[in-house]
Design a protein around this ligand. Structure first.
Ligand code: NAD
Ligand code: ZN
Length: 258
């Protein structure tokens, strides 16, 4: 029996939970933090993924701020879910996948059609009022419009587009967790509960070095849950995994369920 047969057998038993990271979206055209080329090489995440860094850029280099926000939303707008996202959807439809826990903020699992998605780091196309907590999510048309408007925006209009006013007088912001910000506790609690009742954990495209998300596989191991990893590179989680497929997600996933 090949390891693909073993993995298929484990997953077919059902009660699977997937934990996905930036790697699952790499073949959709969204680069990982450490990936070569792409947005994070041009815009250092240590500066552009935290509030003090972003304020500094806005004050001293507003044009650069606009370029970053535009490139970020344009990348998400141009990306399409890939085979790995769609196979997770199929697994959910067949009743063998309980949920996807994701560290991604690109909305690609939802765009593929997955219903049970736990977002540990939020979602770039959902906006939340900082005062009254009201939320809305951009649809395809709304995202297209935002990209269109960002392209033409002056440095002051950028603020109106990215932090629009709410009826309550407060401002909305993209509902993502930046470096140094609190994580959504409810989502983490849900993620732990899902792992607790799972038979197996499918780790796809996560480096295992971003905490506390990286603690979830350790919890699964403690609970005696089978761990299957898909990642072209060795990661700190590889030694926890019962099986690792050292391949890209959109290649490996169809091979498991061919
Ligand atoms: P990471 O960037 O730290 O690591 C990505 C992992 O994916 C690496 O281990 C890499 O070897 C692997 N990988 C690369 N290409 C792959 C492919 N085609 N198939 C499968 N695996 C592949 O990502 P992370 O662990 O998710 O942590 C980064 C943090 O940055 C996350 O918390 C996330 O919030 C954020 N982030 C999100 C996105 C997104 O939403 N798409 C993109 C970049 C960063
Ligand atoms: Zn409000």
């Amino acid at each position: 029996m090949s390891s693909f047969d073993n993995i298929r057998e484990i997953l077919e038993k059902g009660n699977v939970v997937a934990l996905t990271g930036a790697g699952i979206s790499e073949e959709s055209g969204i680069t990982t933090f450490r990936g070569k080329e792409g947005i994070w090489e041009k815009f250092n995440p240590a500066i552009y993924a935290n509030i003090p860094g972003l304020i500094g850029v806005f004050v001293f280099r507003p044009g650069r701020m606009r370029d970053f926000i535009l490139e970020f939303y344009e990348t998400i707008h141009n990306a399409k879910p890939n085979k790995a996202h769609y196979i997770l959807l199929e697994m959910e439809k067949r009743g063998i996948l309980n949920c996807v826990i994701t560290q991604n903020v690109d909305n690609l699992h939802e765009r593929a059609g997955s219903k049970n998605v736990i977002e540990l780091h939020g979602n770039m196309i959902r906006f939340r009022c900082m005062k009254c907590k009201k939320e809305y999510t951009l649809d395809e048309k709304g995202l297209k419009e935002l990209v269109h408007n960002l392209k033409r925006a002056s440095r002051f209009q950028i603020i109106k587009l990215i932090l629009p006013r709410c009826n309550c007088g407060g401002r909305y912001r993209p509902d993502v967790v930046l470096f140094g910000e609190a994580l959504p506790q409810d989502e983490f609690t849900k993620a732990y509960m899902e792992i607790e009742r799972a038979n197996s954990l499918l780790l796809i495209g996560t480096s295992g070095i971003v905490y506390p998300a990286a603690s979830l596989p350790y919890y699964a191991k403690e609970k005696g849950i089978m761990i299957i990893e898909i990642n072209p590179s060795y990661t700190p989680l590889s030694r926890l995994a019962d099986y690792t497929i050292f391949e890209k997600a959109a290649e490996a996933m169809p091979r498991i369920f061919e």
